[in-house]
Design a protein around this ligand. Structure first.
Ligand SMILES: Nc1ncnc2c1ncn2[C@@H]1O[C@H](COP(=O)(O)OP(=O)(O)OP(=O)(O)O)[C@@H](O)[C@H]1O
Ligand SMILES: [Mg+2]
Length: 467
């Protein structure tokens, strides 16, 4: 569904995002813990100062007898603690209780939250409470006066500075994380594009390699990495395919060559037998055998020609000749099969047209095109051959029939080796090599073959050659 590039970008970004979130969470927790510990330590210090003051006030008021002071708590008031510093604490609140929970010094905020009872005043404890919508850290601790514990102090400080610190840290994370993720995504994109560039280039080069140009090799990246290794492996594979292709072509060429001579002999013998046989039925069998031998000979010739076109040593034998005369020769060769159907062949040929090319090979091209036009036409139809020498510098040879035609979806395929349209496969003889060979020969002359056709209506084949 996704390309590897996209997968890399997504997984990099997601992974980095998870790491970043995890890291931020741990940092947040750690800082929150540290700030709370500092607040607790300050509260503890402040509480200790309060306790000291209570002890001092108790000593002043009772001399050696602290017990009397203990029984008369009304003597302690807010003013006794006014000048005790707040130790970096904010919105500090203070309440003093008897150990049973009776208030001695009250604070409006703390009492609105709820007075403690005797049980939770006997030990020191820190608490976090929300009072009037604001968070406060509370510290309760019993006060020791000489051997007795008859009072407890409750101090509280606002947690707003801590929360403000945490809020600004969260804001910072929320700004940094998306920015870091965008940078990671962009970096992952740049890195993956750079990493896949040689791969994309090799894929493009590989797509241009086919059976005809197996001698081409993939260009390897300079870096000695996995992609170069892949390229080297592909090049070795292409080399092996090329060797296999060569030996297969060689085999076809050798086999065709070996078959040619016995076929010629069989043909000659069958022709001799046909001339001298009397029995009608046997004669018909020999005629069929002769026909099949002819198509086998055509196939062998096509295979031989194909392998010679494929071989690297192939060269055109160029000579100047009259194209109009060549076409007349081709039609003459086709005369017999055209007359059998019958199909009439119309000529529409300009004056003499001279051409520099491989006469024998071009003869094969036009023979096959005219053969196709006759073969795939109905009885009593007409095949028209036109030779037009255009004022510019091209020559057009048009071979038109009104035969069975070709489906639009098939037109591109008919130039493939051995391809035959479904309409002809079982009805007409042929190997499907004629047009493939024709195209290769015309290409070698820097020309072009165009096919226009409509199923059931007919076909127009145009060969365009540079003059
Ligand atoms: N004029 C035409 N009208 C209809 N179909 C055609 C015509 N010319 C070619 N074709 C289609 O294209 C296919 C390929 O043609 P090609 O000449 O390569 O092979 P073939 O005629 O079947 O065999 P051969 O190798 O003997 O020429 C044919 O089998 C046929 O289906
Ligand atoms: Mg043909």
């Amino acid at each position: 569904m996704f390309s590897i590039k996209t997968k890399i970008i997504i997984s990099y970004t997601v992974l980095f995002g998870i790491i970043l979130f995890g890291f931020s969470f741990i940092v947040y927790q750690d800082i929150e813990q540290t700030l709370l510990e500092r607040l607790d330590a300050n509260l503890d210090k402040y509480c200790a100062a309060i306790k000291e003051r209570i002890n001092a006030v108790a000593g002043e008021q009772n001399g050696e007898n602290a017990g009397d002071f203990n029984n008369d708590p009304g003597n302690i008031s807010h003013s006794d603690f006014r000048n005790i510093p707040w130790m970096d604490l904010h919105d500090v609140r203070l309440a003093v209780y008897t150990i049973e929970g009776k208030p001695v010094v009250e604070d409006s905020l703390l009492s609105s939250y709820g007075k403690p009872n005797g049980n939770n005043l006997k030990k020191s404890e820190f608490l976090t409470r929300k009072i009037h919508g604001k968070n406060y850290r509370l510290f309760r601790s019993p006060v020791q006066i000489e051997e007795d514990t008859l009072y407890a102090v409750e101090v509280a400080a606002s947690m707003e500075p801590i929360n403000a610190n945490l809020r600004s840290m969260t804001m910072l994370f929320l700004m940094i994380i998306p920015f870091a993720l965008i940078i990671t995504g962009v970096m992952a994109y740049v890195i993956s594009v750079a990493a896949f560039k040689p791969m994309a280039r090799m894929a493009k080069e590989a797509s241009l390699i086919s059976g005809n140009n197996l001698d081409r090799k993939l260009e390897l990246p300079r870096s000695h990495d996995e992609i170069r290794k892949l390229g080297e492996t592909l090049n070795e594979m292409i080399k092996r395919i090329e060797a296999a292709f060569k030996s297969q072509k060689q085999f076809i060429a050798n086999a065709s060559h070996e078959i040619k001579t016995p076929l010629t002999i069989i043909r000659a013998e069958l022709e001799f037998a046909l001339r001298n046989l009397q029995n009608k039925e046997v004669k018909e069998s020999v005629r069929i055998a002769l026909e099949e031998t002819s198509s086998l000979a055509t196939l062998t010739n096509s295979l031989l020609l194909m392998s010679s076109l494929d071989s690297l040593q192939f060269t055109l034998h160029l000579e100047k000749f009259r194209l109009d005369e060549l076409l007349i020769d081709c039609v003459y060769a086709m005369k017999q099969s055209a007359a059998q159907k019958p199909v009439s062949i119309n000529f529409n040929i300009d004056d003499a047209v001279e051409f520099l090319g491989d006469k024998e090979k071009l003869k094969r091209v036009f023979e096959n095109l005219i053969d196709n036009a006759v073969k795939y036409s109905g009885t009593n139809s007409t095949v028209t051959i036109e030779l037009i020498s255009l004022a510019g510098n091209t020559i057009e040879i048009i071979i038109q029939d009104n035969g069975i035609g070709i489906d639009a979806t098939e037109i591109d395929k008919i130039f493939e080796r051995f391809y035959r349209t479904p309409e002809v496969r079982s009805t007409y003889s042929g190997s499907g090599l004629g047009l493939a060979i024709a195209k290769e020969i015309v290409d070698l002359h820097n020309g072009e073959i165009k096919v226009q056709s409509e199923l059931g209506k007919g076909t127009k084949v145009t060969v365009i050659l540079p003059a």
